[in-house]
Design a protein around this ligand. Structure first.
Ligand SMILES: C[S@@+](CC[C@H](N)C(=O)[O-])C[C@H]1O[C@@H](n2cnc3c(N)ncnc32)[C@H](O)[C@@H]1O
Length: 210
């Protein structure tokens, strides 16, 4: 596995998309970060869209972003964030070195890592006992949407969208790593009938048992 990601097409696309996010998604980002405190690891920060939403009870955010074009934008967002943010330009797999965090934040990223089971296991190990994983991830659907997701994943979607996979059972992966999900719900950024592979999101808190 490489230490960095080099994907100019996706970087351009994500820069444009993250600058025009719907209010429904911004609301979910705010909710995902509400009440956090202490030292936080953010995985795959993109352009740093989350940074403005961290509460001031967070003492430090270490944000990992391996695509260097996106990391430059994340550093810019870090400079105006309400809390101290350091951007590290490695993949999370390479970055994690046994450091300890009070919380880990994943938003729209567990779809993009090569091996989610391995990454979530690593995230579990860098949390203090009692620490929390906050997640906001689009998830595998059922029926016709599942068929659409499997087709998208097998063809064009990961190539166009920075290795994004739409048919992932991310909450099962989180529980499988040893986390206890203490609060979670589903939300839709588009009405359920819209035939898009990534309309349904899971947002939740998962605790590493003390
Ligand atoms: C869809 S974007 C989401 C960005 C951000 N989390 C957000 O909520 O806007 C996925 C991000 O994950 C990053 N990424 C992909 N593979 C990664 C890895 N192995 N480690 C860390 N970040 C990764 C990509 O570079 C990209 O910035």
């Amino acid at each position: 596995m490489s230490d960095t990601v080099d994907n100019p097409f996706f970087a351009r696309l994500w820069t444009a998309m993250s600058a025009r996010e719907p209010e429904s998604l911004r609301r979910l980002r705010r909710e995902n970060l509400a009440g956090l405190s202490g030292r936080v690891l953010e995985v795959g920060a993109g352009t740093g869209t989350n940074f403005e939403f961290y509460p001031d009870t967070v003492t430090e955010v270490v944000a990992v972003e391996p695509e260097h074009r996106l990391a430059v934008l994340a550093e810019r967002a870090a400079s105006s964030a309400p809390i101290p943010v350091t951007v590290e330009t490695e993949t999370v797999e390479k970055f994690l070195d046994g450091g300890q965090f009070d919380a880990v934040v994943c938003s729209l990223v567990l779809c993009s890592v090569d091996n989610p089971e391995q990454v979530v296991g690593q995230l579990f190990s860098v949390l203090h006992p009692g620490g929390e994983l906050r997640y906001l991830e689009h998830i595998a659907g059922a029926g016709a949407r599942a068929r659409l997701q499997r087709f998208a994943d097998a063809t064009f979607w990961p190539r166009l969208l920075g290795n994004c996979h739409t048919h992932r059972h991310t909450e099962a992966t989180i529980v499988g790593a040893g986390f206890q999900v203490t609060g979670a719900r589903r939300d839709w950024t588009f009405p359920a009938w819209v035939p898009l592979p990534v309309a349904e999101f899971a947002i939740g808190v998962a605790i590493k048992p003390a």
